[in-house]
Ligand binder design. Sequence first.
Ligand SMILES: Cc1cc2nc3c(=O)[nH]c(=O)nc-3n(C[C@H](O)[C@H](O)[C@H](O)COP(=O)(O)OP(=O)(O)OC[C@H]3O[C@@H](n4cnc5c(N)ncnc54)[C@H](O)[C@@H]3O)c2cc1C
Length: 211
Amino acid sequence: MAGRFETYIRPNRGFAAVPTHDGLTLVIAGWPHAELEANKSDIEGNYLKVFELAPPFLERIRAAKREVRFAGACVPNFFRKPFGPGWALVGDAGYNKDPITAQGISDAFHDAERCSGAVDEALRGVRSFDAALGDYQRARDRHAMPMYEFTCQLATLQPPPPEMQRLFGAIHGNAAAMDDFVRMNAGTISPAEFFAPERVGAMMAAASLRN
Ligand SMILES: Cc1cc2nc3c(=O)[nH]c(=O)nc-3n(C[C@H](O)[C@H](O)[C@H](O)COP(=O)(O)OP(=O)(O)OC[C@H]3O[C@@H](n4cnc5c(N)ncnc54)[C@H](O)[C@@H]3O)c2cc1C
């Protein structure tokens, strides 16, 4: 496989090739959770079938040599209360979401920072454990929820809802809006900010001026 990152989105399927080390390439294929049970009976066959949606890619896969066994992941989406008497949770233990938006590592670091700050306050007697850790939970949820919702929608691998399709049509060709969309996907701005009504209104208005 070539040494560059490639990603493909097709109806009900997403796949990507990621160069790793020693000339190896990680090739990821994803299908909706609803198809998990049916597809489990023939992982390799169903995996290869995904690439039929991009025939030149399939040809390259068929010419490549598989070096390791298949590794699969089915990630549940959940939030847990992240603290109780004498314990606290950070990262995936506290809340978990599909990896399609690739936010779990930075979120785990955010949690570690917020949680350790809260525990420090409790241990120094600045505030009670419950008050400090309660704020940790609220800050986590405020930060994570918009991306969580966006991620759960994206992870269905279904076409976006009509209003989202209209927005995508509007940002196409608007360099600043497309940059913001990429920033939002990278987690540097929140979906709450990107999808704020006044921002969406401005993107739609700019599109109608262009057309
Ligand atoms: C397929 C896939 C792709 C992903 N891609 C990305 C990506 O591109 N970017 C991104 O940011 N995130 C990605 N993620 C998510 C990311 O991996 C997680 O969000 C992140 O690793 C969470 O970190 P964590 O420290 O909370 O948990 P973990 O990384 O799961 O660490 C928990 C550790 O605790 C250990 N452990 C569990 N129970 C015990 C026990 N009882 N005693 C001792 N040790 C224990 C586990 O073995 C593990 O090593 C991906 C996840 C998956 C499944």
